[in-house]
Design a protein around this ligand. Structure first.
Ligand code: PRP
Length: 190
C-alpha cells in the first residue's frame, strides 16, 4: 500500500498560526550579518559546522550558503532523556559525527537554546574530543538561556518565552517547513 499525505496547502498552515515573530526576510538579513562576523572571526582557520538534528536543518543550510568561504558540515542527532516536555540535561547520542574533530575549529549550529541543558551537555561532550575550539551559533535564544553559564557566541534573535514553530522548529514533528518563525493558534493544541 502506498502512503499518501493529506493534502496541505499554505492557507491551512497559515490558519494554524497565531502570530509571525520573525519573517523570512528578517532571518535572511540576520544570517547575512552573522556570516560576516563568522568570516572575520575564523579568518585563516578551518571551520567545521556541526548541525544538531533535526531543528537546525534549515538554519544550517542557509547559514552555510551565506558564508563566503570554505566550510565543512557534519551532523549530530541527540535525544534528551526528559520527562514529558522537561529537558533533564541527560542526553543520548542517536547519530554521532562522522568527522574526527581533534584539532578542528567547531561551530555548533542550533535552532534554539531554551533551558540550555542540551547545549551544556553537547559542549562538554565535544570539548572532550580535543578540538582546537568549540563555539556556538543559535538562531533563537529564550530568556532562561540568557542566564546560562555557557557562552553562546552568535545569537540570531532573542525571543520571549513562547512556544514557537517554523524554520526547522516543530510541534509534534510538523511546521518545520514554514519559512517564518511563528506562534501557534490555540486550536492546534486542543
Ligand atoms: C530542541 C533544539 C535544541 C534543544 C534546546 O531540540 O533543537 O537542541 O531542543 O532545548 P534546551 O535548551 O531546553 O535543552 P528537540 O529536542 O526539540 O529536537 P529537534 O531538534 O529534533 O526538534
Amino acid at each position: 500500500m502506498v502512503w499518501q499525505a493529506d493534502p496541505v496547502d499554505a492557507s491551512d498552515l497559515e490558519s494554524d498560526l497565531a502570530k509571525t515573530l520573525i519573517t523570512p526576510e528578517e532571518i535572511s538579513d540576520r544570517l547575512a550579518e552573522l556570516s560576516r562576523d563568522i568570516e572575520r572571526d575564523y579568518e585563516g582557520k578551518d571551520l567545521l559546522l556541526v548541525g544538531v538534528l533535526k531543528g537546525a536543518v534549515m538554519v544550517m543550510a542557509d547559514l552555510a550558503r551565506s558564508l563566503d568561504r570554505h566550510i565543512e558540515m557534519d551532523w549530530m542527532a541527540i535525544s534528551s532523556y526528559g520527562s514529558g516536555t522537561t529537558s533533564s540535561g541527560v542526553v543520548r547520542i542517536l547519530k554521532d559525527l562522522d568527522t574526527d574533530i581533534t584539532g578542528r575549529h567547531v561551530l555548533v549550529v542550533e535552532d534554539i537554546v531554551d533551558t540550555g541543558l542540551t547545549l551544556s551537555w553537547l559542549i562538554s561532550n565535544l570539548s572532550s574530543r580535543g578540538p582546537a575550539s568549540v563555539e556556538i551559533f543559535t538562531l533563537l535564544r529564550k530568556p532562561d538561556a540568557q542566564r546560562m553559564q555557557v557562552k553562546v557566541n552568535y545569537v540570531g534573535f532573542e525571543i520571549p518565552d513562547e512556544f514557537v514553530v517554523g524554520y526547522g522548529l516543530d510541534y509534534d514533528q510538523r511546521y518545520r517547513n514554514l519559512r517564518q518563525i511563528a506562534t501557534l493558534a490555540s486550536h492546534v493544541y486542543s
